[in-house]
Ligand binder design. Structure first.
Ligand code: PGA
Length: 260
């Protein structure tokens, strides 16, 4: 079976106007049409989902959200439900991004809350992208136990049929939002992807471990995309700041369009 690479654009709290959002999106759309092996998921802030949902889509381009509520419906001021996203033709949702787990103000999301969001996303038919990753590395390997615990607590109890489609984005917090020089090396990414599959195997069995898609995110720019795709053992990339610069992102898309 043909294996698609997934490249996710996480726009975070950018840009500021729907016009700018459409402009960036159109650049991505044109480039996506020409790709043979890549599925592209654009995750704008909530207010831009509607205007972007009205545009034309090549069949390998999808809309996604950056978050959903952990409640299905009801009186929850300021929240956005999974069904609202689904009804805007979005197919994906990023869940458990480190900037939501550890926000600069207020309390962050726990693994338990993230698990609830994953359950809801699957229930309504959205494909969640679960983010995991440590704040820092240590020589004793505590970060490995930390990642294992995140995976366990976020996924435990979800039905096997859901887990077969799980997408895990590994995003070490120390590598996020910097230059390509600070992205993790392809060899180190390769190792951690093997580790994530080993953890999935231990917890949920071989089928889920081999079927899972593992992405890397953290300071991927056009300079680092190709080596990571070639040697990092990943099924795709999650791109933050570079996804807002159409020229740079289009380069990344081209470099990701390799047969695997
Ligand atoms: P970055 O962000 O590419 O700007 O490092 C990645 C992310 O946080 O999803």
């Amino acid at each position: 079976m043909k294996k698609h690479t997934i490249v996710v654009a996480n726009w975070k709290m950018n840009p500021e106007t729907p016009e700018e959002a459409k402009k960036i999106f159109n650049g991505i759309r044109l480039a996506t049409k020409r790709l043979k092996n890549v599925k592209v998921v654009v995750c704008p802030p909530f207010p831009f989902l509607y205007p972007l949902s009205k545009l034309k889509y090549p069949k390998n381009l999808f809309l996604g959200a950056q978050n959903i509520s952990n409640e299905i419906k009801g009186s929850f001021t300021g929240e956005v439900s999974a069904n609202m996203i689904k009804n805007l033709e979005a197919k994906f949702v990023i869940i458990g991004h480190s900037e939501r787990r550890y926000p600069s103000a207020g309390e962050g999301e726990s693994n338990e809350v993230i698990r609830k969001k994953l359950q809801i996303a699957f229930d309504v038919g959205l494909t969640p992208i679960l983010c995991v990753g440590e704040k820092e590395r240590d020589n004793e390997g505590a970060y490995l136990a930390f990642i294992k615990n995140q995976i366990k607590e976020c996924l435990i109890g979800l039905s096997k049929k859901y887990l077969l489609d799980i997408i895990v984005a590994y995003e070490p917090i120390w590598a996020i939002g910097k230059s390509y020089k600070n992205a993790m090396s392809p060899t180190d990414i390769h190792e951690i992807v093997l580790y994530i599959r080993k953890v999935l195997d231990e917890l949920f069995g071989r089928n889920i471990a081999t079927g899972a898609k593992v992405l890397y995110g953290g300071s991927v720019e056009s300079e680092s995309a190709l080596p990571i795709m070639k040697y990092g053992n990943v099924d795709g990339l999650l791109i933050g700041h570079a996804s807002l610069k159409p020229e740079q992102f289009v380069e990344i898309l081209k470099e990701s369009d390799i047969k695997r």
